[in-house]
Design a protein around this ligand. Structure first.
Ligand SMILES: [Zn+2]
Ligand SMILES: [Zn+2]
Length: 160
């Protein structure tokens, strides 16, 4: 038997959009706000080049346009953000918050007003994997505790 102190699992809150891939650990990948995911969901379209991997050619400053091993002929044509791939890897874990009030505040900060049919609020136990691009925690779910509507979440946040 495993004995000793009880470990309290972390609890997280997330709004999971209607129509998004199922809320599972396998699908728990994140990208910055407003990004569009690629088909397998583990990477997202590079915003800087709009997925083309190219940028408007400009003179490579390091070699002053002479050509070097970082550029072909003194010009940079590859998108620096994605190294010419057109996509960037997502971060492991769902973007979420530590409590109900935090989730409501997060959407306020993005100037977004969710409605009840926009998605489902998942209250879940999970494994914290780090902080996302927006400064919010990322977590991989291990167990769904309950689901709420947006209105129920707001009511909970206000009563906390
Ligand atoms: Zn160069
Ligand atoms: Zn790019």
């Amino acid at each position: 038997m495993h004995s000793g102190y009880m470990q309290t699992p972390e609890t997280f809150y997330r709004l999971h959009h209607t129509g998004a891939p199922a809320f599972t650990a396998d699908n728990a990948w994140s990208a910055p706000w407003g990004s569009s995911f690629t088909d397998d969901g583990s990477s997202y379209t590079c915003v800087a080049c709009d997925g083309t991997g190219e940028q408007t050619p400009e003179i490579h400053e390091s070699c002053d346009g002479q050509g070097c091993h970082h550029c072909d002929d003194g010009m940079i044509t590859e998108c620096a953000d994605c190294d010419g791939d057109g996509t960037l890897d997502c971060e492991r874990g769902y973007s979420c918050t530590w409590d109900a009030a935090g989730l409501v505040a997060y959407f306020k900060q993005q100037h977004a007003t969710p409605t009840d049919d926009m998605g489902t609020i998942y209250v879940f136990e999970g494994e914290w994997t780090g902080d996302g691009a927006d400064g919010d925690p990322l977590a991989v779910p291990t167990k769904v505790i309950e689901t709420l509507t947006w209105s129920e979440l707001v009511a909970r946040a206000e009563s906390a």
